[in-house]
Every structure is written in structure tokens, then in C-alpha cells.
Ligand binder design. Structure first.
Ligand SMILES: *Cc1c(COP(=O)(O)O)cnc(C)c1O
Length: 421
């Protein structure tokens, strides 16, 4: 029966309209099942070539002259490219800093703007860094600011009525992840925006696990503010800079809490006093990481060429296939689904739960050439990157997980946690 699934996977790969994109990536171990593109996307050949070129030509030869030959405008130019993937207009997206720092900037700007409103709202499924930033902002704003975390139904999904009840005239900002990092739950952005705006609250969306995997239409949905990282489904590389989105009409009403020279109106006048630049530029701080930025810029052509509709279609097909494999192959071995049951309500990864998830994860990485990741307390997280993950890889991955558990190979791995899981 296992082989029927393998046959089905091969057929799905053969009719996959995105199949050609896999050859755009550096794949040195064909036998490695990489299911962690939602943590660090693969290296694209285009990025590798571009980095070499930037090092040799723009840095090596051009030196400081390169700032005037494309580097200075890079945060806005690369931002516009990301904008095309998330339904933003020109001049609404910047690539700068990390997601955590961008979230801090937008939250502080929004809180100062929303005078008289003192409640921040998020949920308990949100990514810890987002929650820490929210806690830090609440503390910085001081008394009487408070953070309210709306509890999820079951650690997997949110009951939107519960969220709606939490939002009222005291709410300054709602800050949520479009796709939950653990369960993969996908928020209905339009519905949340509607309920927040009705109460006069602004919403900041974190798109880390949706950009490049799930269609997003920021302008069309009336989104206020958003942030997201670029090293997951956008394949920008380790630590590549994040992006932020500020809707056009909000840009000149919000002020970044970090007054850096890149966000000054006339940075090369070297004035003593800060005047924020007009438009999105005011959300820049200091010098951007040019090497990472250029690697990202080259990688962005891949999702743009593939198109978000095709990417989403394949992503839904992959998570649906994985859930069927889970039901058939792994449920009898004690696994359960830690993600929403319906493909429309999840992003491009699923969590599968098992009491021994941690040693199983270690055995998979240690001796089975499968790379998922572990998220406490019992989640094995499997990410499917539509540009390079194949259906056969998914089948292989599940078959190797089955082997690790059936043959009890995980028993020789302890539960001592590594630094990065
Ligand atoms: C990956 C991720 C981040 C990463 O934040 P950085 O500051 O860029 O390290 C933030 N939020 C969410 C929801 C994520 O999934």
C-alpha cells in the first residue's frame, strides 16, 4: 500500500507545473529530504551567482561608488519586488532590519498614533519573538498599557468570535501572525481587519510564514501594517533582512521610534536635527546588509515567475497529501495532526504530534537524512516549499519517519535539547 502512495507522488510530480523550479536551487545531496524550507529556504543558483558578482564587482571594484550605483535605493527597490508578491503598491514596502526590529518600529509608531487607546492584542499561538516585542512595547509605553493574549481554541486554531469579543474601543493595535508558526493555522485577514477597523484599532500582520507560500493582497484587504522575513519561503539566505509594509495613507502619520540617518529627510545634509523623510523611507534606520539584500533580490524572481496562484495550488496539494500519509502511515504509530484539518485554513507546513517527537526528530536528522524541525512540546514540523519540494520527497519523508518509529531507532537519542531545534 505504501507503494501506491509512492506511485501517486511520482504522478503528482510529473504533472506539477512548478517542477522546473527545483533545478534553480543548489541541491548537493539528492537523497536528503529537506522539510525545513519554512525555517531556512534553500540557496538558489541565482543568489549564489549574484553574491559572487556583488563581492567581485560592486564591492571589490566599485567600492564606495556602488552606493550610488544601486545600493542606496536597494531597500525600496527590493521592497517593491516583495510588494508584487503581497499585493502592495510601489512605495509601500521596505526591506530593512529583522522582523523583530521592524515589528517593534511599527508597533511603537502605531501606539503613539493611537492616543488614548492602551490595549495591545495578540494570541497565544504567536511566535515568541513577536510576543516578546509586544511585551517590551507595553513596558516601554508604561502604565496603563496592557497586552491581552487571546487564547486559541486548542493550540491549533483561533475562534474568531473570541478574538472579536476581545477587541473594543480601548484597543490600540492587534498584532498577529498570518500563519501560526507551530500549527500552520491561516488567519482570514479580511475578517480580522473588518472587526478591528470597526472598533478603530490598527492591525499589524506578521507574514513570515505566508510570504512566498500563501497569496496575500495587502492593499486589496485594507491592511494597515505588516512585517515579514525573507529567509523562509523567499530564500533570501540566513539572516537576510526583513520587510515592512505601511499603507500609503498612514505613512506620513506614523513616525518610527528609531531615528536613523537613512530615514532622515535629507541624510546628506548631515543636519543636527532629525526630520523624518516623506513616505515609507522614514522607516529606515541605518546601513542595510547589502550582500544579503542582493542575494534576496535575485531569489525573488523565482516566486514572481512561478506566480502565487500556482504556488498556493501546489502548497495545498502538498499539505493535503501529507495529511493523508499521516492518517494512513503514522496515525497507527501514535502520531496526530497538530494543524487545521482543512487545507484552506493552513499555510505550507503541518505539525505532527508524538510524545517522543524530540528524539524522533534527532534520529531523522542523525541517521535518516530527513530534516524537519522540532517545536516544543511535541511537534514535528514539516515544511513544504512549493518551488523545490517534491511529492516523492514528502512520501520518502513519511516513510522514513515510519521506519524510525517502527524500528524504535529514536530510543538511542536522548531528550537533551540542542541549541537550535
Ligand atoms: C521566523 C519568524 C520571525 C523571525 O524574526 P527575526 O527577527 O527575523 O529573526 C518572526 N516572526 C515569525 C512569526 C516568524 O515565523
Amino acid at each position: 500500500m505504501n507503494f501506491d502512495y509512492r506511485f501517486e507522488a511520482q504522478n503528482l510530480d510529473q504533472s506539477d507545473p512548478l517542477a522546473r523550479f527545483r533545478s534553480e536551487f543548489v541541491i548537493t545531496e539528492p537523497d536528503l529530504i529537506y522539510l525545513d524550507g519554512n525555517s531556512l529556504g534553500r540557496l538558489s543558483l541565482r543568489s549564489a551567482r549574484r553574491i559572487q558578482e556583488v563581492v567581485d564587482k560592486e564591492w571589490g571594484e566599485g567600492l564606495v561608488r556602488s552606493w550610488s550605483a544601486g545600493w542606496w535605493e536597494a531597500p525600496a527597490r527590493v521592497g517593491n519586488k516583495i510588494g508584487k508578491l503581497i499585493g502592495a503598491s510601489e512605495g509601500e514596502v521596505l526591506v530593512t532590519d529583522s522582523t523583530s526590529v521592524d515589528l517593534f518600529k511599527l508597533l511603537m509608531a502605531a501606539l503613539s498614533y493611537q492616543q488614548g487607546r492602551t490595549v495591545l492584542i495578540s494570541d497565544d499561538m504567536n511566535f515568541p519573538s513577536d510576543l516578546y516585542i509586544l511585551q517590551g512595547c507595553t513596558k516601554l509605553m508604561g502604565d496603563p498599557y496592557t497586552l491581552h493574549l487571546v487564547p486559541s481554541t486548542d493550540g491549533i486554531s483561533m475562534d474568531l468570535d473570541r478574538l472579536e469579543n476581545a477587541i473594543d474601543s480601548r484597543t490600540a493595535v492587534v498584532s498577529l501572525s498570518h500563519v501560526a508558526f507551530k500549527s500552520g493555522y491561516l488567519y482570514d485577514i479580511q475578517r480580522v481587519i473588518e472587526m478591528a477597523h470597526k472598533a478603530g484599532a490598527l492591525v499589524v500582520w506578521d507574514l513570515c510564514h505566508s510570504v512566498g507560500a500563501v497569496p496575500v493582497d495587502l492593499d486589496g484587504w485594507g491592511v494597515d501594517l505588516a512585517v515579514g522575513c525573507t529567509y523562509k519561503y523567499l530564500n533570501g539566505g540566513p539572516g537576510s533582512p526583513a520587510f515592512l509594509y505601511v499603507r500609503k495613507d498612514l505613512q506620513d502619520r506614523l513616525v518610527s521610534p528609531i531615528w536613523g540617518w537613512f530615514g532622515q529627510k535629507t541624510p546628506f545634509d548631515f543636519e543636527v536635527d532629525y526630520t523624518p523623510a516623506n513616505g515609507i523611507q522614514r522607516f529606515l534606520g541605518g546601513s542595510p546588509p547589502i550582500l544579503s539584500m542582493m542575494a534576496l533580490e535575485a531569489a525573488l524572481d523565482l516566486p514572481l515567475e512561478a506566480g502565487m496562484t500556482a504556488i498556493r495550488n501546489k502548497s495545498e496539494a502538498m499539505t493535503a497529501f501529507a495529511v493523508r500519509l499521516l492518517d494512513q502511515i503514522l496515525t497507527p504509530l501514535g502520531f496526530s495532526l497538530g494543524s487545521p484539518a482543512s487545507p484552506e485554513r493552513r499555510g505550507s507546513h503541518i505539525s505532527i504530534c508524538h510524545p517522543d517527537a524530540y528524539p524522533i526528530n534527532r534520529a531523522l536528522i542523525g541517521e535518516m537524512k530527513v530534516i524537519p524541525d522540532f517545536r516544543a512540546p511535541d511537534n514535528l514540523r514539516l515544511g513544504f516549499a512549493p518551488l523545490y519540494t517534491t511529492f516523492e520527497e514528502i512520501w520518502q519523508g513519511f516513510d522514513r519517519i515510519r521506519k524510525v518509529v517502527e524500528e524504535q531507532r529514536y530510543l538511542s537519542y536522548g531528550s537533551e535539547r540542542a541549541v537550535v531545534t
